[in-house]
Design a protein around this ligand. Structure first.
Ligand SMILES: O=C1O[C@H](COP(=O)(O)O)[C@@H](O)[C@H](O)[C@H]1O
Length: 255
């Protein structure tokens, strides 16, 4: 099942980050109240990092989220050495992760380009797929957990995670994680969840702020082909939520 898209607009990028942080606290705390645990898939990029910083500053997040019982995954990673400042993991640590009491066994980092998978993005992708499969429940056709919330920043070209327009990675129908080669945005080599893995999430939240995202948002919400606009190809099982600021929403048809 896929959910109809909902669009929520906030006045500016700071309001978007604050409101999304509060929304996420509620969603994760509700999941933990129901099941004892919750899972979130993080995104890199400006809006993803602003959201994490807002969570770090939120007293309600500290009170209501049971951090040791939160599983943290990534939707994509720049395939760079451990600790590289451009890695999404490094930026997430700085924005939030180092400031909260997560269980290290529940922080599922995508492998770096050094160490065990030295330079081999395919082997790194396969290792992450194995980690996802080990945590999978439910749907036997897609071996990933039923993530409570999967966050995606929307790039100015409509890319989400590291799935870029017209890129072969977008056509993947079997694997849940792939190595992405020749990405148009640096670095060229990345790891990314695929469309089937993203669509296995309960809720998918897409984040976009700023005038430079307005064309991408307008295109993705106009019903384009999936290869043309990856952001149009993603949805959650029960909810697909577009969280925008006024500038990013400025070229949507009047609602
Ligand atoms: O490179 C990436 O870019 C996208 C979008 O980033 P933004 O700064 O334009 O919002 C991000 O969602 C993705 O995780 C990241 O690897």
């Amino acid at each position: 099942m896929s959910a109809a898209r909902e669009v929520v607009t906030h006045p500016d990028k700071d309001a978007l980050a604050l409101a999304t942080a509060e929304r996420l606290v509620t969603r994760l705390a509700d999941a933990q109240a129901a099941r004892g645990t919750a899972s979130v898939v993080l995104t890199g990029g400006r809006n993803g990092n602003a959201l994490l910083a807002a969570l770090a500053d939120s007293p309600r997040a500290q009170e209501r989220i049971d951090w040791p019982r939160l599983d943290v995954w990534w939707g994509d990673e720049r395939f760079l050495p451990e600790g590289d400042p451009e890695r999404n993991h490094t930026q997430a640590r700085e924005a939030l992760l180092d400031a909260v009491e997560l269980d290290p066994a529940r922080v599922h980092v995508m492998p770096p380009s050094d160490g065990r998978y030295a330079g081999d993005a395919e082997a790194a992708a396969e290792a992450y797929a194995t980690e996802l499969a080990a945590a999978a429940e439910g749907d036997p056709t897609v071996r990933v957990p039923a993530f409570d919330v999967l966050l995606l920043g929307v790039g100015p070209d409509t890319h989400v995670a590291s799935l870029f327009p017209e890129h072969p990675a977008l056509r993947e129908t079997e694997r849940t994680v792939v190595g992405v080669h020749g990405a148009p945005k640096p670095p060229p080599t990345r790891l990314s969840l695929t469309l089937p893995a993203i669509r296995a999430a309960e809720e998918v939240w897409l984040l976009a702020a700023g005038e430079d995202k307005a064309d991408a948002v307008a295109l993705a919400l106009s019903g384009p082909g999936e290869l043309q606009a990856p952001a149009a190809a993603v949805h959650g099982r029960s909810r697909t939520l577009w969280l925008l600021d006024e500038a990013a929403a400025s070229r949507l048809p009047a609602r």
